[in-house]
Write a protein that binds this ligand. Structure first.
Ligand code: NAD
Ligand code: UFG
Length: 338
């Protein structure tokens, strides 16, 4: 049994599908602060198997401990957290409370229930300003915003915990830019309000919910001047979690591993690919750089290949085609269902 915090969210829901398909039993623990119950129903429909879903907050010690104990979990995958960089700058205490205190409570509950295998959702943001590219796992760590700092604090907490008790098996997975959706079109990213991220914004322009895309800067030192990122299909990312668990279940340790494609694409590459996949125009206007943005970065993805036998299988065309299928089948996200 795998206990999945934040399993109703974008990445967690895709991970649940892959875990169920790989034969694992799953308990989701989510407070639905940024997700819909419907997502968990659809996960079970896709996988053709049931899972247990518990509504609860990881900061609620009693609810968490009783759900974890009842699940008889052998491992935890910890996706629950807040992720909006701008909001984290405006409301830092909310981010420390949810992401840091919430993880602390989760670790305490794991100790109490003697569960010592954990997969944690970290981010490429912990590398800060690139000293060299691609980012390798031994790149210096730093944070340029509060959200990134919460990830860094948790990473440090996990390394300290493992040092104190080496029988823990901890996988810190540093995601690059997750995009795309399940090929069924039933689950995908469902941002509330105006999307902060490129791909959901592009999809909403293509479907006619928004007039045009703002391209944040075309004067970066990149081939076409727009920002370059390492986009990774969310299903490849989800499969990476299953493989990470397979690796961790027989080994003690605390390892940090990049999950990225290992190559970068520009904003204009994404716009052109999305137009080709959707057959719709994506009008855009070039604006100034967005505060805090880096010009270009991508992953060295070789450690995940070496340790987990994992590498991405879905390219830009699949990322765009699957996002478009999800967006056009669910123009108002999960809410259209209610
Ligand atoms: P998401 O918001 O879609 O999913 C997070 C889920 O956690 C939601 O279902 C939310 O309701 C739940 N949640 C939040 N706080 C909770 C709490 N206190 N108790 C219980 N449940 C809670 O986000 P996502 O994109 O699926 O991201 C999952 C994880 O991956 C997050 O930790 C995020 O920081 C990390 N991450 C995401 C990205 C990205 O670009 N999406 C990149 C790097 C890392
Ligand atoms: N962009 C636009 N217009 C938009 C949105 C984004 O031009 O409307 C550009 C950005 O400037 C950037 C690229 O598209 O060049 C990707 O931007 P995203 O917001 O999609 O992703 P980021 O790389 O900025 O952010 C991601 C995660 C964060 C994480 C950060 C650092 O969403 O959680 O990487 O690793 F903190």
């Amino acid at each position: 049994m795998i206990f999945v915090t934040g399993g109703a969210g974008y990445i967690g829901s895709h991970a649940c599908v892959e875990l169920l398909m790989a034969g694992h039993d799953v308990t989701v623990f989510d407070n639905f602060s940024n997700s819909q119950w419907e997502a968990t129903e659809r996960v079970q429909r896709i996988a053709g198997r049931t899972m247990t879903v518990v509504r609860g907050d990881i900061r609620d010690v009693q609810a968490l401990q009783s759900a974890l104990r009842a699940s008889k979990a052998e491992a935890v995958m910890h996706f629950a957290g807040l992720k909006a960089v701008g909001e984290s700058e405006a409301e830092p205490l909310k981010y420390y409370d949810n992401n840091v205190l919430g993880t602390l409570r989760l670790l305490e509950a794991m100790v109490a229930c003697d569960v010592k295998t954990l997969v944690f959702s970290s981010s490429a943001t912990v590398y800060g300003i690139p000293e060299s590219l691609p980012y390798r796992e031994d790149h210096r760590l730093s944070a340029t915003n509060t959200y990134g700092m919460t990830k860094l604090v948790v990473e440090n907490m996990l390394r300290d915990l493992h040092r104190s008790d080496p029988s823990w098996s901890i996988g810190i997975l540093r995601y690059f830019n997750p995009v795309g959706a399940h090929s069924s079109g039933l689950i995908g990213e469902d941002p509330q309000g105006t999307p902060n991220n490129l791909m959901p914004y592009v999809a909403q322009v293509a479907v006619g919910r928004r007039e045009f895309l703002n391209v944040w800067g075309n004067d970066y030192p990149t081939p076409d001047g727009t920002g370059v990122r390492d986009y990774i299909h969310v299903v490849d990312l989800a499969i990476g979690h299953v493989k990470a668990f397979d690796y961790l279940k027989t080994r003690e340790g605390c390892i940090a591993v990049n999950l990225g494609a290992g190559s970068g694409h520009s904003v204009m590459d994404m716009v052109r690919s999305f137009e080709a996949a959707s057959g719709r125009a994506v009008p855009f206007k070039v604006g100034p750089r967005r505060a805090g943005d880096l010009g270009a970065y991508w992953a060295d993805a070789s450690l995940a290949a070496e340790l987990f036998g994992w590498r991405v299988e879905r390219g830009l065309d699949r990322m765009c085609a699957d996002t478009w299928r999800w967006q056009s089948m669910n123009p108002d996200g999960y809410k259209g269902e209610q």
